[in-house]
Design a binder for this molecule. Structure first.
Ligand SMILES: [Zn+2]
Length: 150
């Protein structure tokens, strides 16, 4: 099976249903474990990108946080949010069919801007992010460490 072609097909169907032009197919040992398309046109949830949807379904199906044995096939180059999600579940191989530049030409250039920001010092990002050290009687990081028994 041509998984990238399948991802493109999902993207086309999603556009035909009023959504964004993105589809994703997650493969484990030669089998499609899950698929996803961008759904935020239906549910106003910006995290419902194709790749995250595919990851979410696979995690639910396999009941695991470890998808390191899976390969992602995405119709478009994954955005930084989806990239981060794939980092969190250990996915190491991603194939994509369309570029950030192709997305930008149809008005979907945010991913390219975010990647550009991430290549700079945080002070130059479009989001103003400030570290403000704040103490609390119960340090959540230390509490987490204790709860884990370490
Ligand atoms: Zn994304």
């Amino acid at each position: 099976m041509n998984y990238l072609y399948y991802a493109m097909e999902l993207a086309v169907e999603n556009v035909q249903q009023g959504g964004s032009p993105f589809g994703a197919v997650l493969v484990l040992e030669g089998e499609v474990i899950s698929t996803g398309v961008n759904l935020h046109h239906r549910c106003y949830d910006v995290t419902t990108h194709a790749e995250i949807e595919a990851v979410r379904k696979a995690q639910h199906k396999l009941q695991t946080d470890d998808l390191s044995a899976c390969t992602m096939y995405a119709s478009g180059m994954p955005c930084p949010m989806c990239l981060a999600a794939m980092y969190f579940v250990g996915i190491r191989n991603v194939y994509y069919a369309q570029t950030l530049e192709e997305a930008e030409t149809v008005g979907l250039g945010t991913s390219k801007q975010i990647y550009s920001d991430l290549a700079k010092e945080s002070a130059q990002w479009h989001i103003h992010m400030v570290h403000v050290p704040t103490s609390h009687p119960e340090d959540p990081m230390k509490l987490f460490q204790q709860m884990k028994g370490e």
